[in-house]
Design a protein around this ligand. Structure first.
Ligand code: ZN
Length: 208
């Protein structure tokens, strides 16, 4: 017997077979370390990453859970968060679907300088997402062309030092130029959006 599965499972979504790898965290010099840390546990800019097993397509898709390594891959390489192919790019920049969850879309420069954990998207997936996920439209998802987006930080669990093991503080975005980068267990990569132009998707399609 197979579970009924929706047609579109975003590339970035975790599956039930993909579990977090539990590791012992310790307070090191100036930050958290894994008790059995390996060089690949940390990115080139010093952030320590959670580990998750790989099993895409196995079990059930868990839409609310993002797979850390695939999210990171999408953000680094500007891949579409839904299909994992290249995100769309035109002379106005890379295509992103940005949620206006704070009702700020009317502000002149929104979403300039927005820090996001949601990777960009390709045109077919953007159309499909808006069609299949009414909540995106309800929350005021807007298509935006972004000329420059820099990887500037991570989102994850922030810790503080204690005499025994590190103590959880909060989930937060931490920028690479902050000393707190050594105290966060990264789960997602962030990009800061600059050079933004709000477009309608019909126009986005026409420009490609
Ligand atoms: Zn796509």
């Amino acid at each position: 017997m197979t579970d009924p599965q929706p047609k579109v499972v975003p590339y970035m979504a975790a599956w039930s077979a993909e579990q977090r790898i539990v590791r012992t965290l310790l307070c090191g010099k100036g930050g958290i370390v894994y008790a059995d840390e390996q060089p690949h546990d940390r990115d080139s800019r010093g952030a320590l990453w959670i580990g998750t097993t790989l099993g895409q397509g196995r079990g059930r898709p868990e839409f609310a859970r993002t797979h850390a390594q695939r999210q990171r891959r999408c953000m680094r390489a500007l891949l579409c968060q839904v299909c994992g192919g290249l995100a769309d790019r035109s002379e106005q920049g890379v295509l992103w679907l940005v949620e206006d969850d704070e009702g700020r879309a009317e502000e002149a420069n929104w979403p300039e300088d927005l820090v996001t954990v949601h990777p960009p998207i390709c045109v077919p997936c953007a159309h499909q997402s808006l069609r299949l996920c009414p909540h995106l439209a309800e929350r005021g998802s807007v298509a935006v062309r972004v000329r420059e987006s820099a990887v500037e930080g991570v989102y994850g669990q922030l810790y503080r030092s204690s005499r025994h093991s590190p103590v959880q503080v909060r989930q937060d975005t931490v920028f690479y130029d902050s000393p707190e980068i050594r105290w966060v267990l990264a789960a997602q990569l962030t990009r800061t959006l600059r050079g933004c132009t709000v477009v309608d998707l019909a126009a986005a399609t026409a420009s490609t």
